[in-house]
Design a protein around this ligand. Structure first.
Ligand code: SF4
Length: 475
């Protein structure tokens, strides 16, 4: 459930969990190093980023036309296209397709849109089994958890924890010593599910409007199984994933795999353009594409907020975020954690429900530096904070508690006056340093602050003066 209180509680609990923090620290450091290694040439990285950004930006500018073109070309190719404005409508469509084909079981490749829809629990309620086929997703589904990262859903667990899970919950319940052994066990379970599933579900990384092609990036081959073995394939896609031309895909693919996992190229790249044709040996007889809006059109109406839709879901912003790498993904309580989640979720769920997420950032800008399509995440965060504040004010100014708003305004004016004047600032620092520990318990912010540190003092000389006059070196 989304709430500031819950978020704070989960954040503190994550910060006090050394095991979790250790798992994330190791994983994020490894991913950062891998990413640096595959972008050895700064100039090439900048050029590729520019291409990626202009491709995504072009796709967004022409979004309405490209979506129509995609629908028309997919239909010509035999793919049935449906539109869903909300996640409820999308779930209902999946259910109707399943009922139409009398389906009782589904296997799913990795899809963040299906996480948005909470598809698994919806299908379960209607008596349809939905099994995750991506290894990370399979692990967390077996432990009744949600993904903690958009690319590596089980990254919060270490090898020992996963071995324990296999021992307790996955047949034949052995304690596997190595990752290879665990993978072999999962592979055996999943193979029979692929063969017997009625429907395969997948996400879509890019959809090409000019050819009506759905592109799917994956490493394990589970996506290919899901989209070729079952007789029906349902592809779930956010409406922003469309690109104009086939040649737009390679630079985006290169940026995606390198930024996400530090791979020069992904292991499998699937291009689906139609159901099984006459004479073909495999492939589903029916392919459906569900295009989900879920707040995206609303984002599209604002020039700055629209840039959120350029995201290619690489996860690099999370891997480099000092907040995400310390608290992990579950503390956010949302489908999309980390920097992208902080700008996406408030816009999808509404500021009144998730506006507080935009405050959970130090605005250090690390996410902006690594984002392969140069989304101005910090600018969007500031805009969302401003909008959130305006909305809150609109409500509170009409309420009997409007004195609170005025008191806060006064407090900030006072803060500005003190911090703009060196004499007042020094005096203020002195007072806080001397009397801070005596603040009463009902002023916990000041008390906690001064119990572990002194108020900062004005430097007598700045760094440039010290370097010039006293020979200090920047190193
Ligand atoms: S915001 Fe940028 S870095 Fe973050 S997931 Fe999206 S594309 Fe990747």
């Amino acid at each position: 459930m989304l709430s500031t209180k819950q978020f704070k509680k989960d954040t503190f609990s994550a910060l006090n969990n050394p095991q979790l923090r250790g798992n994330f620290k190791r994983a994020m450091s490894g991913l950062m190093q891998k990413r640096i290694a595959v972008f050895p040439d700064d100039q090439e990285f900048h050029q590729l980023r520019e291409i990626g950004r202009s491709t995504r930006s072009n796709g967004l500018q022409k979004l309405p036309e490209l979506l129509q073109q995609l629908e028309s070309n997919c239909s010509k190719n035999g793919i049935q296209v449906f539109w869903a404005e909300t996640v409820d409508q999308a779930n209902q469509l999946v259910l109707e397709i399943a009922q139409h084909h009398n389906a009782k079981s589904m296997v799913k490749g990795k899809s963040m849109v299906s996480e948005e829809m909470e598809l698994n629990s919806f299908l379960e309620k209607h008596g349809i089994e939905a099994l995750e086929a991506d290894l990370g997703e399979y692990i967390i589904q077996s432990d009744h958890e949600l993904p903690s990262h958009i690319i590596m859903p089980a990254i919060h667990k270490n090898k020992e924890q996963i071995a324990q899970l296999f021992h307790q919950k996955i047949e034949p319940n052995v304690f596997a010593e190595s990752a290879e052994e665990m993978t072999a066990i999962a592979r055996k379970v999943l193979r029979s599910k692929f063969y017997n599933a009625d429907i395969g579900v997948s996400g879509v990384n890019f959809a090409v409007a000019e050819t009506g092609t759905l592109c799917l990036v994956e490493n394990e081959g589970n996506g290919r199984f899901c989209t070729t073995l079952p007789p029906v394939h349902i592809a779930l896609m956010g409406i922003e994933k469309v690109v104009e031309h086939l040649e737009d895909v390679p630079p985006l693919l290169s940026l995606l795999t390198r930024s996400a996992t530090g791979q020069a190229i992904t292991t499998y790249f699937n291009m689906i353009t139609s159901p099984r044709r006459e004479g073909e040996k495999d492939g589903p007889k029916n392919v459906y594409l569900i295009l989900l809006d879920n707040g995206r059109t609303q984002m599209y109406s604002d020039q700055l907020l629209r840039e959120t839709l350029m995201c290619i879901r690489c996860g690099a912003c999370m891997n480099h975020c000092p907040v995400y790498s310390r608290i992990g993904g579950h503390a956010y309580g949302t489908t999309y954690p980390g920097p992208i989640g902080k700008i996406l979720t408030p816009q999808m769920k509404g500021l009144h429900k998730a506006g507080y997420l935009a405050d959970a950032s130090s605005l250090c800008g690390a996410c902006v530096e690594v984002c392969p399509v140069k989304i101005p995440i910090t600018e969007i965060l500031l805009r969302l904070r401003q909008k959130n504040e305006q909305e809150k004010r609109k409500i509170s100014i009409l309420s009997p508690k409007s004195w609170k708003v005025r008191a806060i305004d006064l407090l900030w004016k006072g803060w500005k006056t003190v911090f703009a004047n060196p004499v007042l600032y020094r005096f203020n620092s002195l007072v806080i340093a001397k009397v801070g520990n005596y603040f009463p318990p009902w002023m916990p912010v000041l008390r906690n602050w001064t119990s572990v540190r002194s108020s900062p003092v004005f430097a007598k000389k700045n760094l440039h003066q010290l370097v010039r006059e006293e020979g200090l070196s920047y190193e």
